[in-house]
Design a protein. Structure first.
Length: 391
């Protein structure tokens, strides 16, 4: 009986998720697609769309229902991210690092932190991201120099973070700092704080970008920002680095989903164009050279999606999946880059036109090879994990 009830519950959940995905798909097609080109070219924040994301509950996509979120599995969340990114990658960026911050609080926060932060994140009242990168370090996060020094029952945070997505339009950040600059190994001196804009950090610069427009990416100044010690995630100093890299599994699953979305959009555009553009008396899709490109593009989308599903399923089963998530991130983001350029080639001059979406995909794709660990860092991590297994 219990097994039947469990299966029924899974089917009911799948139906609910199916409904949610079809509503999201219709909204993207009808209300988003027609507006993206203008907003993107104007580098304008999509305020109305963000409000709709909030109404869909997507600011709480992976936050448990007990805290007011949708409690989505990583597999469903990946599907949502793929759908958003297939239309405009910036829309997924608004929820991605926000949900990573929430994931960290969910995993490592105290009961009081969870009770305060998670419902507000799910409702979109707290909107934020992750502040890890600094002017002097990105891949080598243990080289962070932003410091937090204890003063009674508060900490004083001092330093500069850069390339921080959602910093200007959001109102809170997960901030990786050093609480002990001399600790060795370096990561044992690192801690994570949940910091609100009202605590006093300042957005010192908005960064210009090749793509990933509409969404804010900024330099952030922490000039002796005082925060109560209750904002140290998980109460204990020295655990912030391990907390953060643990959450990168979900971060990499989400970048992989974005890659599949962008790669798929580039393929769809190329297929559509190959059917209607004629040269030498026939549609270009009938020329073998174009068919080769289309076939390669389709294989890249499918292989990216297959790896993504393996990683998301492992994550949902509670297994450690850094290898799977790293592989999915690497393959799917390279797929996005290669498909964007192949789609541009298939479109000829029109791929270069600002009146079609292909040029945007070409500008958006590279960020996926940089964020959540560059692709070369993924390669190093994948190889080290495999080599380590043989020991
Ligand atoms: C649009 C955008 C949005 C971003 N949003 C955020 C955000 O919200 N929050 C945040 O904290 N950061 C964010 N970032 C920063 C991003 O995470 C970093 O850029 C990334 O981690 C790489 O760091 P870096 O740019 O300092 O490159 P570096 O670490 O300086 O690396 C430079 C090059 O050296 C290579 N390299 C470095 N070390 C090694 C090694 N050990 N072995 C092999 N190769 C190596 C890298 O692969 C890369 O090719 C964003 C970046 C961009 C472009």
């Amino acid at each position: 009986m219990k097994e039947v009830a469990r299966k029924e519950a899974i089917v009911a959940e799948a139906n609910l998720e199916g409904d949610m995905l079809s509503v999201l798909g219709r909204w993207l097609e009808k209300d988003v697609k027609p507006k993206v080109r203008d907003l993107e070219h104007a580098d304008e924040y999509p305020t109305e769309m963000v409000e709709q994301l909030r109404e869909f509950g997507l600011f709480g996509a992976t936050i448990p229902e007990a805290f007011g979120g949708l409690g989505m599995s990583a597999s469903t969340y990946a599907r949502v991210v793929e759908m958003l990114s297939g239309v405009w990658i910036s829309l997924s960026g608004i929820i991605n690092s926000h949900l990573m911050m929430a994931e960290l609080v969910k995993r490592h926060g105290t009961e009081a932190q969870k009770a305060e932060i998670l419902p507000a994140c799910a409702a979109g009242e707290f909107r934020g991201g992750m502040a890890l990168t600094e002017p002097g370090c990105g891949s080598d996060l243990q080289a962070v120099t932003t410091s937090a020094k204890r003063h009674g029952d508060s900490y004083k945070i001092q330093g500069v973070k850069t390339w921080i997505t959602n910093a200007a339009m959001g109102n809170c950040l997960g901030v990786l700092v050093k609480t002990d600059l001399k600790a060795r190994p370096r990561y044992t001196g690192m801690s994570l704080f949940f910091v609100k804009k009202s605590d006093g950090y300042q957005v010192s610069k908005r960064l210009g970008k090749l793509g990933y427009k509409g969404i804010d990416t900024c330099e952030v100044l922490f000039d002796d920002v005082m925060v109560p010690d209750t904002q140290l995630v998980g109460e204990n100093e020295g655990t912030g680095f391990l907390q953060t890299v643990g959450a990168l599994e979900l971060g990499r699953i989400n970048v992989a989903a974005r890659g599949v979305g962008v790669a798929g959009a580039a393929l769809e555009a190329a297929l559509g164009y190959a059917r209607i553009r004629e040269t030498m008396g026939k549609p270009i899709g009938e020329h073998q050279a174009v068919q080769m490109r289309l076939a390669n593009m389709a294989c890249r989308v499918s292989s990216g999606r297959a790896l993504l599903e393996i990683a998301a399923r492992a994550f949902d089963a509670g297994q450690r999946c850094d290898l799977e998530a790293g592989m999915a991130k690497l393959v799917a983001s390279e797929a996005a880059l290669e498909n964007a350029i192949d789609s541009m080639r298939i479109h000829g001059a029109y791929g270069y036109s600002t009146e079609l979406d292909v040029e945007r995909l070409f500008r958006d794709a590279p960020v996926l090879s940089i964020g959540e660990g560059t692709n070369d860092i993924q390669r190093v991590l994948i190889a080290k994990t495999l080599l380590g297994r043989g020991k």
